[in-house]
Design a binder for this molecule. Structure first.
Ligand SMILES: *[C@@H]1O[C@H](CO)[C@@H](O)[C@H](O)[C@H]1NC(C)=O
Ligand SMILES: *[C@@H]1O[C@H](CO)[C@@H](O)[C@H](O)[C@H]1NC(C)=O
Ligand SMILES: *[C@@H]1O[C@H](CO)[C@@H](O)[C@H](O)[C@H]1NC(C)=O
Length: 411
């Protein structure tokens, strides 16, 4: 349902951390203070000087909101896409606006096993700033949609390959020196298990989805990764029939994964368009009192707490600048007239919310509108979708320009 990066050679790795770490977008991110890693045990296994992490290295200690008091690394990859977009534009006022987008940190998506090879370079470049990643290579990915189906299948050794993928990420992070990594875990996967089990593509893999996600959570926790499991959005799991089963499932997953404090909470509205706080309910939200992400989080947070998980949240506002732009709330693909939204900040005004973030890199396509394409999803040719759209993950220049011109706050 989200998108799929096309493998692209990475430009990163340009020199040492110091010079390339262009962290921090806005003054709302404090500058970096201290490392969050505290070694509580000293099982110093000195087997080799290899960069691979041993599983018995220092055990990191979680320290609350990972964003607090830290700068956030600004992905050079996304910035390079944005600069390329600016180069395609002649209007100087628009160019100036576009260049501002390049300084706003977005998450880096690891949507194939091959991309894990780029992680050490990102970690070096990020230095002591937070590296924000999305873990997104679950077998049978995107079980209820077509646009973002992934590379792994359970029927084709997917469970073991997924473990390799997670192990690779974990080893790279353990081998880095003191990086703070924030990870969003598997967008859409568990949410589909709440609402889409009538689709056999989802029901047939539900136990495997859960086992793979638990493996990811347990393993990444050993590297001190702060994790937020994807929890759909207000218009998906926020409905009265869905929210309580969702809370039960998420708490079960948290407990199955060992209740690590690094499993910090949930990420909402990933790649969606909902407001954090809507001025008034969009008419398409009728029937759901949780008509924006604040209502959803304020309803879900206490349910999680009462079932045993004091979960915190991060909320994607990257494409939420303009509201009331959909004819149906479930529409998600390249929605026309969307704009960049609230800038990343820890000043959220809500004790459940650790940070407002940009998770979906705005301008990367959600899915193709070509009806003959293998990954065509009818949502990407629907009435609210901007067309013609390239394959998921590819740059969608016309869409990006709309996001910039419709941005709210404006650039
Ligand atoms: C799948 O989930 C989406 C999002 O909630 C929902 O719109 C759709 O109706 C669901 N489909 C089925 C078959 O349950
Ligand atoms: C649409 O997809 C088909 C099948 O891959 C391809 O042959 C065709 O060229 C594509 N059309 C456009 C306009 O990209
Ligand atoms: C996904 O692809 C299948 C097979 O081509 C098709 O039957 C189905 O309608 C597609 N789903 C959507 C939502 O477009």
């Amino acid at each position: 349902m989200l998108f799929f990066f096309i493998p692209v050679p990475l430009l990163l790795l340009m020199g040492g951390a110091g010079s390339s770490s262009t962290s921090s977008s806005s003054s709302s991110w404090a500058s970096s203070t201290s490392s969050t890693r505290v070694s509580s045990t000293s099982s110093t296994k000195t087997t080799s000087g290899s960069a691979q992490a041993s599983s018995t290295g220092p055990v990191p200690t979680a320290s609350g909101n990972p964003y607090s008091g830290k700068s956030v690394w600004n992905s050079e990859y996304y910035a390079s896409e944005v600069y390329a977009a600016a180069a395609m534009v002649t209007d100087t006022a628009l160019k100036a606006k576009i260049s501002k987008v390049a300084s706003i940190p977005t998450f880096t998506w690891f949507d194939t096993m091959a991309k894990v090879a780029d992680l050490p370079g990102y970690l070096r470049a990020a230095g002591s700033s937070i590296l924000q990643i999305v873990v997104y290579d679950l077998p049978n990915r995107d079980c209820h949609a077509n646009a973002s189906n992934g590379e792994l299948l359970y029927a084709n050794n997917g469970a073991a390959l997924y473990q390799q993928y997670i192990d690779g990420i974990t080893a790279a992070i353990k081998a880095s020196s003191g990086s703070t990594v924030v990870a969003v875990i598997e967008p859409d996967s568990l949410a589909n298990l709440v609402t889409n089990l009538s689709d056999s593509r989802c029901s047939s893999v539900q136990d495997q989805y859960k086992a793979s996600v638990v493996y990811a959570l347990k393993t990444l926790a050993t590297a001190g990764v702060y994790m937020y499991i994807d929890a759909g959005h207000a218009g998906w799991l926020g409905w009265p029939a869905n929210i309580s089963p969702a809370a039960t499932m998420f708490t079960q997953i948290f407990k199955s994964a060992g209740s690590s404090p690094f499993i910090r909470g949930l990420a909402t509205n990933v790649a969606n368009y909902n407001a954090l706080t809507a001025a008034s309910p969009d008419p398409v939200t009728q029937g759901n009192n949780n008509y924006d992400e604040t209502h959803y989080i304020n309803a879900l947070g206490p349910m999680l707490a009462s079932s045993g998980w004091n979960a915190q949240f991060i909320v994607d506002q990257g494409r939420s600048g303009k509201q009331n732009i959909r004819s149906a709330w479930g529409n998600w693909c390249n929605i026309k007239n969307a704009g960049f939204g609230l800038r990343p900040t820890t000043s959220t005004g809500n004790s459940y919310i650790d940070a407002i973030v940009w998770i979906k890199p705005g301008g990367e396509c959600d899915g193709t509108s070509n009806t003959s394409a293998v990954r065509y999803d009818s949502m990407c040719g629907g009435p609210d979708a901007k067309v013609p759209a390239p394959e998921a993950g590819q740059w969608f220049q016309a869409y990006f320009v709309d996001l910039v011109t419709n941005a709210n706050p404006a650039f």
